[in-house]
Design a protein around this ligand. Structure first.
Ligand code: ADP
Length: 621
């Protein structure tokens, strides 16, 4: 990456940091200005105290000076503590919000990217740089700290040491006259700069190399994080126990990961072991030069004893400040790689066409959707999972989609919700290609219960409403329609009962069937004109399933409903049944029409399944 690009990324990072946590930079500035000022003032004031003592000044003068020193220190300490507390709070805030743009991006990115392994790899790379070298947004902030401190240290120590450079000898310096030449001053300043530049270079090389090593561990790190997440989820406990999966995790991942991490740390340590002694040795040499320079000048009477403390302290601070400043600049140069990974992620444009038309809100719910010769294959795969599907969803109708596993039923719903766009053909809503609608607006007309729906550790009411505040009466009504009334009555805090035990000791564990009913209630609460249920009764007991079918019309009201199932008996109540097979829509009609076609797939599936339903009613059908 070119320097200009790094600079642009860094400036952009600082602008964003300011937007995320306004005031953070200002308070860091105040805190570090005070931190830099304190040693400078103390070196100066203690130098003056020694001078007063050496000159035998009256005790009153001395007490005044001590009083000023104590007061100034107290004031500086107070300011430092007040700004320090504010900065600590702002750091916490920054820790909490710097990832927000990443989450927002995940929420709005093309769904194909959400499912793409490269997206997880990119996030994991950002995480690695943060957790190993602390690079990324937080680093920008800490570098600002050190940068401000370094800058003021340089500034103050230069004013403090200027006397050392210009002081002339009181007696003949002989062969040491060169010490008082302006060229020697330039040489000392160049040595200070050189020392800092060397330290900055070492720091740059160390971080650059270690970063490269850490980044190469992205996939190991992702596996590690994956297993760590799984093991921590108590819901995984049953499978882990029954299949003794800890052995698999241990031998397949943990052992190798530990070895890999060990090897990586070894490589990083090697880099640090190479550079750190070099930096240390140069620092010692540099200090000796400074001490000798000041001591020799004092020896030739250029300044008093008190000034030795001031000048040695000042020159050390000058060196520390320059090192800090240059090292942070080098860190920022490397940190730009982490910022690039961050901004590459948040900037990645959506490939999907973004329409702008708003979906007309119709009181009569007259939304008509049609698939026009739609084919689809998942990105990066070779075969079509939907082939030339043409169909129309009749307004207000209850429609069932049946077919064997893998026949493309769920994929059709994903296309309907525009999680993916068709590879061929198109879909229309009221005659207009769905790509032309504003996506959020378009999604507003669907309520979907996916097969692999998720509920979260929020309260029951919040789960149903998908919102912090909600209409409790309507939530209860939806739970009632979904058949969860009895269970709801047994919940200790009613709608405020938290689901699962991730956070709350009195959170409730719910069964798979109960979860499915809550997910159905969530879909009803959204009150969208289309309701799509993908295997909504798979986890329900036969009685609950029966309840749902027999009240299906009542549950979904005048909405257009699509009911997907591989269990044909669950779909009989729908007047319009679509049969999918290997991605094709092969039959459509009522149960009676379809079952009458003895050569059709429906007939075959029905009879294959009917033998498992040992009820007179199903036999008769
Ligand atoms: P159904 O809902 O009828 O059981 P799906 O629509 O879920 O079937 O799946 C149809 C086919 O698409 C299956 O062969 C499945 O493996 C494949 N498939 C589903 N999701 C993906 C995906 N994200 N990437 C690649 N292939 C997928």
């Amino acid at each position: 990456m070119r320097f200009k690009e790094k600079l642009t990324l860094t400036l952009r990072g600082y602008r964003m940091l300011h937007q995320l946590v306004p005031g953070a930079m200002l308070w860091a500035f105040v805190q570090n200005l005070v931190r830099a000022l304190t040693p400078f003032l103390n070196v100066y004031l203690s130098g003056r105290i020694i001078d007063f003592l050496a000159q035998g000044r009256p005790l009153r003068d001395l007490l005044w000076l001590v009083g000023i020193t104590v007061t100034v220190n107290a004031l500086l300490k107070l300011t430092e503590q007040a700004s320090g507390r504010t900065v600590d709070y702002l750091i916490e805030k920054l820790h909490a919000v710097w990832e927000k743009p990443l989450y927002e991006k995940i929420q709005t990115m093309d769904y194909a990217r959400v499912e793409d392994v490269r997206t997880h790899a990119a996030l994991s790379e950002i995480e690695i740089m943060r957790s190993t070298n602390g690079f990324g947004f937080m680093r920008l902030y800490f570098s600002f700290f050190h940068g401000v401190r370094g800058f003021f240290l340089v500034l103050f120590s230069l004013t403090l040491t200027i006397g050392a450079f210009i002081a002339q000898p009181a007696r003949e310096a002989g062969g040491f006259r060169f010490l008082f030449s302006p060229w020697f001053t330039v040489l000392i300043l160049l040595a200070t700069l050189g020392h800092a530049a060397f330290s900055g270079l070492c720091s740059y090389r160390k971080t650059k190399k270690s970063n490269r090593i850490y980044r190469s561990t992205e996939s190991i790190n992702r596996q590690w994080m994956y297993w760590w997440r799984q093991i921590r989820q108590y819901q995984m406990g049953k499978d882990l126990k029954v299949y003794a999966l800890d052995r698999l995790i241990d031998s397949a991942y943990i052992q190798t990961t530990i070895q890999d991490f060990h090897a990586v740390n070894g490589q990083v340590q090697k880099i640090f072991r190479f550079y750190e002694p070099l930096e240390g040795a140069l620092s010692v040499v540099f200090r000796i030069v400074i001490y000798a320079y000041v001591a020799l000048k004092a020896l030739f009477g250029a300044f008093g004893v008190g000034s030795i403390v001031q000048y040695v302290g000042g020159l050390s601070q000058l060196s520390s400040g320059t090192v800090l400043l240059i090292r942070e600049i080098s860190v920022l140069i490397t940190n730009a790689d982490a910022l690039k990974a961050y901004f590459d992620f948040t900037d990645a444009p959506n490939q999907k066409y973004q329409g702008t038309l708003s979906v007309e809100k119709r009181a009569d719910n007259e939304y008509e959707i049609e698939f026009h010769d739609v084919s689809f294959r998942y990105p990066g795969t070779e075969t079509d999972v939907l082939r030339h599907v043409s169909l129309k969803f009749n307004v207000g109708q209850k429609m069932a989609v049946v077919g064997r596993n893998g026949s493309g039923k769920t994929t059709m719903i994903k296309l309907l919700c525009r999680l993916y766009d068709p590879t061929e053909g198109f879909i229309t809503l009221n005659g207009i290609d769905i790509r032309k609608y504003d996506y959020e607006d378009y999604l507003g007309i669907f309520s979907v219960v996916f097969q692999d729906f998720k509920l979260f550790s929020f309260s029951l009411g919040q789960n149903v409403a998908a919102s912090v505040s909600y209409d409790a009466h309507r939530v209860q009504e939806c739970l009632h329609k979904a058949g969860l009334e009895d269970r709801m009555d047994r919940m200790p805090k009613g709608l405020d009962t938290v689901l699962y035990k991730d956070f709350e000791e009195d959170g409730v564990e719910i069964s798979g069937g109960e979860a499915q009913k809550i997910a159905l209630a969530r879909a009803l609460y959204k009150n969208a004109p289309f309701i799509i249920l993908d295997e909504p009764t798979a986890a329900l007991d036969p009685l609950s399933e029966f309840e749902i079918y027999s009240h299906f019309d009542q549950i979904v009201g005048d909405k257009t409903a699509v009911y997907i199932s591989h269990r044909l008996s669950s779909c009989r109540f729908c007047s319009d049944i679509l049969v999918f097979d290997e991605g094709r829509l092969i039959q459509r009609g009522s149960h009676d029409q379809l079952v009458a076609d003895r050569l059709g797939r429906y007939y075959e599936l029905w009879h294959a399944q009917a033998q498992y339903y040992d009820t007179a009613a199903e036999r008769k059908a």
